[in-house]
Every structure is written in C-alpha cells, then in structure tokens.
Design a protein around this ligand. Structure first.
Ligand SMILES: [Zn+2]
Length: 59
C-alpha cells in the first residue's frame, strides 16, 4: 500500500490518499485535489507530478 499526505504535498488538508500503485494514488487524489483545492488539470505539470510522486510513501 502506498500513501500520499495532502499536507506533506503542500496543501492545508488532512486527507491522505491511498493506493496500490503511483497511478492509483494519482487517480484517487485527483478528486480531492480538484474539488477541495480547486486545482485544474492543467496545473498538473510534469514538474508538479514529479514533486508529488517523490512524496509517495510505501507502507
Ligand atoms: Zn487535500
């Protein structure tokens, strides 16, 4: 299982995204990030995605 903390990603939010693969994390996280943080799809630049990916932890 992998986890990504919203707060550690720079958001003021206690949500933790869980998934079995990085791709699942991104899919599960999109809803939270788009709805709660008002981010837009085009803000997910390759650079931003890499930053998020580096914060995914294996549990
Ligand atoms: Zn969040």
């Amino acid at each position: 299982m992998k986890k990504l903390s919203c707060r550690e990603s720079g958001f003021d939010c206690d949500y933790t995204i869980e998934g079995y693969t990085d791709e699942e994390i991104f899919r599960n996280g999109e809803k939270n990030v788009f709805n709660k943080h008002g981010m837009k799809k085009e803000e997910f630049t390759p650079h931003f995605n890499e930053k998020l990916r580096s914060r995914i932890k294996d549990t």
